[in-house]
Design a protein around this ligand. Structure first.
Ligand code: BTN
Length: 245
């Protein structure tokens, strides 16, 4: 499905792809990966740290139909989450998806996804950037946002290319469901594997800093989180609330 290119060191795999797409000098279906990313970026302008030579960062792109044609970024993002979830499952790792697109194992972050779109000529591309805590030892790290690695859980090293092999197969499977417009299957698979589904969590509503104790009910096709709060349903886009751990 993808042509792979290994970069011994790169600032950010997403930025590398973005630049090549803007220059128009890129082959189709390219997936680039590195185990040495020096300026990895996360969501909300955060930094994404990886241990050199141990962890894994990779990015690939897809061409997105024009606005108004049948493209739902939220369903695409869920498709990537499901592919990663399935990859971890096949490696024997019990991961869950924390809305909107974090992968947790044993309640700790094991992977992060950064989706970014760019316009190049008349085309819109969606860059899918994925960071995996692969072979670093993260067990003992204390932080507000605890992390864990693949190796912490399965107690063996996994080669970067082996991880990508499994991811590719999983992505191909879920992307074919996405491409048949079977969004209901994507939504229900996403919900089935959601972290804290049916449980009460604390959400901070960013427009008024109000803390809502809410029960997670489901997600909708726009990617909104639907929660029950004081016997009524509320829905939130990802930028509207912060999930308090
Ligand atoms: C997050 O959880 O905040 C998302 C982290 C995404 C990190 C990946 S690593 C590969 C790609 N290149 C980047 O600079 N960021 C993403």
């Amino acid at each position: 499905m993808f042509h792979r290119k290994h970069l011994p060191v790169v600032e950010s795999t997403n930025d590398w792809l973005k630049k090549k797409l803007e220059e128009g000098t890129i082959e189709n279906n390219l997936l680039i990966f590195t185990q040495n990313q020096t300026k990895g970026r996360g969501q909300f302008d955060r930094q994404w740290h990886m241990e050199p030579d141990l962890d894994l960062a990779f990015s690939f792109f897809i061409e997105v139909p024009k606005v108004g044609e049948n493209f739902l970024p939220a369903i695409h993002s869920m498709t990537v989450c499901l592919a990663l979830h399935n990859t971890f499952d096949r490696l024997g790792i019990p991961a869950l998806i924390k809305w909107p697109n974090d992968l947790l194992a044993h309640g700790k972050k094991i992977s992060g996804i950064l989706l970014e779109s760019i316009l190049s000529g008349k085309k819109i591309y969606l860059i899918n950037g994925i960071g995996i805590n692969l072979n670093s030892a993260r067990k003992d790290k204390q932080s507000n946002y605890p992390s864990i690695s693949v190796k912490d859980i399965i107690c063996r090293d996994v080669l970067a290319e082996d991880f990508i092999d499994v991811f590719e197969e999983s992505f191909k499977f879920f992307y074919s469901i996405y491409n048949r417009d079977d969004h209901a299957t994507i939504l229900s698979a996403y919900e089935k594997n959601m972290y804290k589904l049916g449980e009460v969590i604390a959400l901070k509503e960013l427009k008024n800093n109000q803390i809502l104790l809410s029960k997670i009910k489901c997600v909708d096709a726009q990617g909104r989180l639907i929660v029950e709060h004081e016997e009524s349903l509320k829905s939130f886009h990802s930028g509207e609330v912060k999930w308090l751990m």
